[in-house]
Design a protein around this ligand. Structure first.
Ligand SMILES: CC(C)(COP(=O)(O)OP(=O)(O)OC[C@H]1O[C@@H](n2cnc3c(N)ncnc32)[C@H](O)[C@@H]1OP(=O)(O)O)[C@@H](O)C(=O)NCCC(=O)NCCS
Length: 470
């Protein structure tokens, strides 16, 4: 696996020393996230105005029948500010690769928490503003999220009323949708807020929702699997994931807590066309509030070809270990891969609609495994690595898959399992905590830029034939 030594910023020696205000929420001379967003919005609005004025009629390529019939692959038809996905080099967040982010974004250590990985708070700040926060800004954002993390009593009752047998993702999406009861955007819209101001309550709701996702997820975990203590006690001095790990009963597990930070930071955004991100944008374009928009996104994330794949990978890998033992030979792995393909199933964790190389998120998780002695020795983690060497050869020979390499799901669930979180059905909920830090910033930007309702043109086959025969 990849073994990288990542230099850390260690509270950014070059940054000016700032005083942490007694209130605990505000560093003197440190911007809040809302202030930082307000600063970048005028530049973004100006950039859009210029693009419209200078290039509105320029073509970005033709639309072929294969695009219409092929899930709109490759069509450049969406604006998405936070990240760009290149088929060869993978994801960049405002131009920064994952290794760049690992170098510059404030980590747990930088804000005085046990652990070394970058904070999802830092990634959220980067995605929303395009800028790297200082350690003090990240810490202040953690405190803001902690102060908003508690669930209202009505929501706790709703979550507690779900049958245990209801899939955790269905519970998660329903609970998130129910929070629209308190939406600042919906209330402001009813009162007649001006269009230019839409982004403000959208940001307010988005921060509120991101703050509450861990508590919702933890309550579902407790209700369905009986783990954690069922309470949402939030420690104002901890980061978002430090609190989440505590709520789900893994507070003392530094390895898992740090893994969750990395996992949630790098799963946040993967440009706009994937099902969950696109759904949030589409539903939001009807001016549905952030809770409704993100609830819809979660339902898309729950599909086996999207977020549910990490759960599928684990089931697949454990199935192999059951069949041929914990330490299969390369030939046994090959045979298992072929039996999957011959039965007409996909190999979960492999392939991608855009990427044509191994997923850099998979490499980042592999690097994490390499640095943790408790994972390095694990038969399951070693199997993930072994499969990542063999599956591309088999998939190439099979000849169908455009990208035979591992995607992030090839490793993500297996590491959770190794850390003792054995409830597969819960894994996509963790992905769901993460995807909010990419999808919601875009919703704020959609409103700041005044983007219109999304309404592509569809055609029936008859209409298409008639058009093509003209
Ligand atoms: C991610 C995924 C949905 C992308 O789909 P896509 O853009 O249509 O992928 P491709 O263009 O490579 O698909 C071409 C063919 O290869 C097949 N294929 C793609 N990935 C495959 C895999 N991992 N195993 C077997 N076959 C695969 C497709 O099913 C398709 O077959 P079809 O023509 O019979 O329908 C697909 O690769 C997949 O199903 N992967 C497994 C699930 C997964 O890991 N999802 C998480 C993605 S982050």
């Amino acid at each position: 696996m990849l073994s990288l030594t990542i230099p850390r910023v260690a509270l950014r020696a070059a940054a000016p020393q700032r005083q942490f205000a007694a209130a605990g929420l505000r560093f003197a001379s440190t911007k809040t996230l809302t202030e930082a967003v307000a600063e970048v919005i005028p530049q973004k609005q100006e950039q859009l105005k210029k693009l419209k004025a200078d290039f509105a009629d320029r073509s970005l390529g033709e639309v072929k029948v294969s695009n219409l019939l092929g899930g709109m692959r490759g069509l450049k038809v969406m604006l998405w500010e936070g990240s760009v996905l290149d088929a060869e080099t993978g994801i960049t967040f405002h131009g920064k690769t994952i290794p760049d982010c690992e170098k510059v974004l404030p980590t747990a250590k930088d804000v005085g928490q046990p652990g070394k990985e970058m904070l999802p708070e830092s990634m959220l700040w980067l995605l929303l503003t395009g800028n790297v926060p200082s350690a003090e800004e990240a810490k202040q954002l953690s405190a803001e999220l902690a102060s908003k993390g508690k669930l209202p009593a009505y929501l706790e009752k709703i979550i507690d009323s779900f049958p245990k047998s209801l899939h955790p993702m269905t519970q998660f999406a329903s609970a998130v949708g129910a929070l629209n009861h308190d939406s600042a955007f919906a209330a402001a819209y009813t009162k007649g807020i001006k269009k230019a101001e839409y982004w403000k309550p959208t940001l307010e709701d988005s921060i509120d929702l991101i703050a509450k996702l861990p508590a919702i997820a933890a309550r579902i975990y407790y209700n369905v699997f009986g783990r954690g203590d069922g309470s949402q006690a939030i420690d104002q001095s901890k980061d978002l994931i430090g609190n989440y790990a505590e709520m789900i009963g893994y507070g003392g597990n530094e390895g898992l807590t740090d893994y969750l930070r990395l996992y949630i930071a790098i799963h946040g955004d993967h440009e706009g066309g994937n099902v969950s991100a696109h759904t949030a944008h589409l539903v939001g374009s009807a001016l549905s509030d952030p809770y409704l928009s993100y609830s819809a996104a979660l339902l898309g994330l729950a599909g086996p070809l999207h977020g549910l794949a990490n759960q599928e990978v684990l089931g697949w890998a454990l199935g192999m270990q059951d069949k041929v033992g914990k330490n299969p030979t390369d030939d046994q792995v090959k045979e298992y891969l072929w039996s999957t393909l011959k039965s007409g199933r996909v190999v979960p964790g492999y392939g991608h609609a855009v990427l044509r190389r191994p997923d850099p998120r998979f490499s980042a998780l592999s690097r994490f495994c390499d640095t943790r002695p408790e994972l390095k020795e694990s038969a399951l983690v070693q199997l993930v690595q072994q499969v990542s060497n063999i599956a591309p050869i088999v998939l190439k020979e099979h000849g169908k898959t455009a990208n035979p390499f591992p995607n992030v799901d090839a490793a993500s669930g297996c590491v959770l399992y190794e850390y003792g979180m054995s409830e597969f059905k819960y894994y996509t909920v963790i992905f769901g905590i993460s995807r909010a830090i990419g999808a919601l910033p875009q919703l704020v930007m959609d409103r700041a830029l005044g983007l219109p309702i999304e309404r592509p043109k569809s055609m029936s086959m008859n209409a298409l034939e008639a058009l093509l025969k003209k």
